[in-house]
Design a protein around this ligand. Structure first.
Ligand SMILES: *Cc1c(COP(=O)(O)O)cnc(C)c1O
Length: 300
């Protein structure tokens, strides 16, 4: 496969007085910078699926998502890169004005089909698609890329840096696919912690474990969702701006802002023993900030 379009991720050290006071080091793996569109963890989660689709000689990739889904845009761009046709099943009615996410997905040739929330929940394909496409020609990737192949690809995230030198690996969690990959690729002596962006989705632990070959220890914290998935109160924007001022690192409002907020809070509360070396995965998602009113963030 041609991976020339992707840059290697750099590791950036985040410097704040708080970290020095508590004697912990925080390094950030900048997956947000590896590609202008297929940024963050999405390429890692998609690549084993795309490879599988090519091996099976499928021409159409179908996947599911909402109007602001990073997964939808990444799938559209990845399919385009490998000359596969992509189809997005989008939750809810077609809006008069498509979100910038959906417009960009369309620009990569993705065909969009809007389905009711009920049909979306059942992951039903619209009838028209069933008549247009041969089932043999269709490769379906689950919502958010959840699945074993997604985790398999995500395990490669840790090969982007010298991951073995860290005591803790921290990442944002949606479906938990990336976390499963990180757990699988980590050493048993390392603590892997996921920060859930969803409110009280306590089944996540089982959903992550289901993607792992062996039983492994990992933690998911459920106290940093800021009201729930895609909920972003003013306090979160204040944090994103101040964290950017301190570290120069931009964050997205759905996942990575909550991750770094949690890390700072945990450091403040002495969760990490002195001497801890933390690797945080910047999983991307910055494109989602485009839907914010101008001036909300001091970076974009
Ligand atoms: C999709 C996404 C995640 C969540 O990844 P999962 O594998 O679904 O847990 C985290 N961060 C960003 C920026 C994302 O776009």
């Amino acid at each position: 496969m041609n991976q020339n379009a992707f840059l290697p991720a750099r590791v950036q050290s985040a410097v704040k007085k708080l970290y020095q006071q508590k004697n912990v080091a925080l390094n950030v793996l900048r997956l947000d910078e590896i590609h202008p569109v297929i940024s963050g963890n999405k390429w890692f989660k998609l690549k084993a699926y795309v490879k599988d689709a090519l091996v099976q000689n499928k021409k159409n990739i179908i996947t599911f998502g909402g109007a602001f889904s990073n997964h939808i845009i990444a799938t559209a761009a990845a399919a385009n890169l490998y000359r596969l046709q992509s189809i997005g099943i989008i939750r809810g009615e077609e809006p008069e004005q498509l979100s910038s996410t959906l417009l960009e997905a369309k620009s990569y040739g993705m065909q969009l089909f809007f389905v009711s929330r009920e049909a979306y929940k059942r992951k039903e394909l619209p009838n028209i698609l069933k008549t247009l496409l041969q089932p043999d020609d269709v490769y379906i990737i689950g919502e958010g890329g959840y699945g074993k192949k997604g985790a398999e690809g995500a395990a490669d995230i840790l090969t982007e840096c010298d991951a073995g030198r860290y005591t803790h690996i921290m990442a944002a969690v949606g479906t938990g696919t990336m976390l499963a990959g990180l757990v699988a690729a980590s050493k048993p002596t390392q603590t892997v912690i996921g920060i859930s962006s969803l409110k009280n989705h306590l089944a996540l632990t089982d959903e992550v474990q289901a993607l792992l070959k062996d039983k492994r220890d990992f933690k998911i914290l459920h106290d940093y969702h800021f009201g729930g998935y895609a909920k972003a109160p003013a306090k979160l924007f204040d944090f994103m701006n101040s964290w950017y001022k301190d570290t120069g690192i931009p964050t997205d409002m759905v996942y990575t802002s909550k991750l770094f907020y949690a890390i700072d809070d945990l450091i403040e509360k002495d969760f990490f023993p002195p001497g801890s070396k933390i690797l945080a995965i910047h999983s991307g998602g910055l494109q989602g900030n485009r839907s914010l009113p101008k001036g909300t963030l001091i970076f974009s």
